[in-house]
Design a protein around this ligand. Sequence first.
Ligand SMILES: [Zn+2]
Length: 294
Amino acid sequence: MNQLKCWVCGSENNIPFINQKNDVNIKSTDVKITDDRYGKTLPLYKCSDCSFIFAYPLPENIIELYENLEDDNYISTLEPRVKEMKDILKLSLKINPDAKRILDVGAGIGLMVNEAKKIGLDALGIEPSKWLVNQAKEIFNLEIIEGIVPDEKLKNEKFDIIYAVDVIEHLETPVQFLKDLSLMLNENGLLVIATPDCDSFIANKMKEKWWHFRLAHIGYFNHKSMSLAVKNAGLKLIKYEKQVWYLPFGYLYQRLSNYLPIGFMTPLVKKFKKVDNFPVRLKLGDSMIAFIKK
Ligand SMILES: [Zn+2]
């Protein structure tokens, strides 16, 4: 992509947002799921028409970065992520209670697929990282498809619900992505897109220090730009929900200590493993879940 043009509405009316002087050469280690260099992003621009925020220029090898992704820290933070997946599964089944067959795009090590199978759904997952696909096999004995959408192996396949949790913010063609997903959706099928909300209370308060500003995230939505992306993909937005986060207390504590003078408690937190791993339920509202239909 060599033009400074909004990826959602096509506008050329874009203004510099943050980090204009940053280097655009990034490596696989820069896009780790657990990367915590918040505020470090590629140069970002904001569309004056639809308010979508996107990175420009982009490195050329983005897909490769994800294919080569390895992240040991991620494996140690699975428990709270399972809870997030369960919540999203529950919310989507309220809308489509008769769903039988689901697909998780950007499936990681298969947390969503695993939870869906547990409740009797026929579940498939697709994931670009070879390492994560191997971990899914090792940890859950799941066969996750190694690849990205659209994929030959999924051609002609249809699903009742398709999930893309924390995926669309990594993609440079979000509208095309929604179109590709809708082709695999049954007539009454449901598309569930979860992504950070850059107009949330916390995002507005923390400005460029917001934890979702990171190198791996190249596109940032609010309700306005997400609704427009959905419309431009020829789809209908049903409703938005706020994603609930479950973070291990130790992790949360460590993040908070970057902002608050609570460092003196560190030895105590580290001493008690149970305290360190305790999942804290947070309805921060800084991620949105969009429920979409044809
Ligand atoms: Zn725009």
